[in-house]
Design a protein around this ligand. Structure first.
Ligand SMILES: Cc1ncc(COP(=O)(O)O)c(C=O)c1O
Length: 436
């Protein structure tokens, strides 16, 4: 390593002092593996951060970026365009079902969420219902770290330090229910009635004040929480009855994670807006995209032709490098059938997940597509400690996992092979068995 000085970089969502005392430094990555600075290999059990869905160092993507850098490095995002923005939008909307035919580019999941929330409020105002300003989120929701996303989000640690947040926001209850649903395979049976919380919001605030409800179709960051059967369908119904827009935050479920291109395909529930990022560019160059329905877009397209219809955007919206990277990513997904590979592997994956059921510390196992949640009983007076120890031991054993609270999450690249799945679960079995 060239520099031994770790002091100047303030690391995000990291225990800085602990990390700097005992750093975990990555040097390179290829396929399913990271190589660390000490030369050890680490199986990537979480696709980077749920983003490298095609694995690492993929030739189509590397080549696309190389070529683009020498051809068009940047093009102004406002009042100018370049061809790849349009080509990418067309290809993306072909993957997305229904009328979600318009794509707005951002640079991250957090920016996609801010964009979606602003779009929803501005949509209602444009169509003459400017009083619809309220946003409804859900407890345990994660929608990034900017003010809008943090406000509709429901993770206490992410909110409590940051003041009064955005006003006019309310939350439905979360659907996590170990007592009713522990060890469910796929979607749990119990809990569709939690969707009725939206009715309570309507009764409390009046539908005429509510612009949109935002949910993760499957919540990842709060510890892999699956939607109960019928829940998303019921949310859609209530939104329809009350003129409320339904936003799916697909930042982690998008691009094959569930075994279908999007959760919209998988669950067969059609939202009005979908937020994406991460797998869109395989995590290689920052990029996000918000899909909006034709109806929403058309509503904005009024007034004089020379008027800007939506006063929103980023310097790097549709950046040429990011677009090239995303096109190389889509090529890779399509050539290798990765957007549906999760469906082929999901039975094998499910069996492996639930093979951990006999372990003493395991209180719940959850799975869908190529996602697993392994919830451990928290240590008395030391919540999260047991799972974090599992993380450190897995790292030493050559496996990268992620933990939230006392839940271990797995979400590997979609190129994973069965032997690598075996390695991940054998390793975890050994570690969890021997944890205090
Ligand atoms: C559902 C969801 N929304 C938004 C985000 C924020 O994305 P980013 O970290 O790219 O801003 C994440 C990140 O994990 C996420 O899981």
């Amino acid at each position: 390593m060239k520099t031994k000085n770790l002091e100047n970089y303030w690391m995000p969502f990291t225990a800085n002092r602990q990390f700097k005392a005992s750093p975990r430094l990555v040097k390179s990555a290829d396929g399913m593996y990271f190589t660390l600075t000490d030369g050890r290999k680490l199986l990537d059990g979480i696709a980077g951060l749920w983003c490298c869905n095609a694995g690492h160092n993929r030739p189509r993507i590397v080549e696309a970026i190389r070529k683009q850098a020498g051809e068009l490095d940047y093009s102004p995002a406002f009042q100018m365009g370049h061809e790849k923005q349009f080509e990418l939008a067309e290809r993306l909307t072909k993957l997305m079902p229904g009328d979600l035919n318009k794509v707005f580019y951002t640079n991250s999941g957090s920016e996609s969420v801010e964009t979606a929330l602003k779009m929803a409020i501005a949509y209602h105002r444009t169509r003459g219902e400017g009083q619809r300003i309220r946003l409804i989120g859900r407890e345990k929701g994660y929608h990034g770290v900017n003010f809008g996303g943090m406000s509709v989000g429901g993770m206490p640690a992410n909110r409590k330090m940051f003041g009064a947040l955005v006003t006019g926001v309310d939350h439905m209850r979360h659907t996590h229910n170990i007592e009713g649903n522990a060890f469910s395979k796929g979607q749990p049976q119990n809990g569709a009635e939690y969707a009725e919380d939206l009715i309570r919001m309507v009764e409390l605030h009046d539908a005429s004040t509510i612009a949109a409800v935002i949910v993760e179709p499957l919540a990842g960051s709060a510890g892999v929480i699956l939607p109960p059967k019928g829940y998303l369908e019921r949310l859609r119904q209530i939104c329809d009855e009350h003129g409320i827009l339904l936003i799916f935050d697909e930042v982690i479920t998008g691009f094959g994670r569930l075994g279908a291109p999007f959760a919209v395909n998988y669950f067969g529930v059609q939202p009005d807006i979908v937020t994406t990022a991460k797998g869109l560019s395989n995590g290689v160059i920052p990029m996000g995209a918000v899909f909006a329905s034709d109806k929403i877009y058309d509503t904005f397209m009024t007034g004089p032709d020379n008027a800007i219809e939506f006063f929103h955007g980023y310097t790097f919206s549709g950046n040429p490098m990011a677009c090239a990277c995303a096109l190389g990513t889509l090529d890779t997904y399509e050539e290798e059938g990765l957007l549906t590979r999760g469906a082929e592997l999901s039975d094998y994956w499910q069996d492996k997940v639930h093979s951990l059921r006999d372990l003493e510390h395991v209180i719940d196992l959850r799975n869908l597509g190529l996602i697993a949640g392994i919830e451990l009983r928290p240590r008395e007076a030391a919540p999260t400690a047991r799972a974090f120890e599992a993380f450190l031991q897995a790292y030493d054993a050559g496996l990268l996992i992620r933990t939230t609270g006392d839940t271990i999450a797995l979400s590997p690249p979609l190129i994973i092979e069965k032997e690598q799945i075996d390695f991940a679960f054998d390793t975890l079995r050994g570690i969890i068995t021997n944890l205090d």
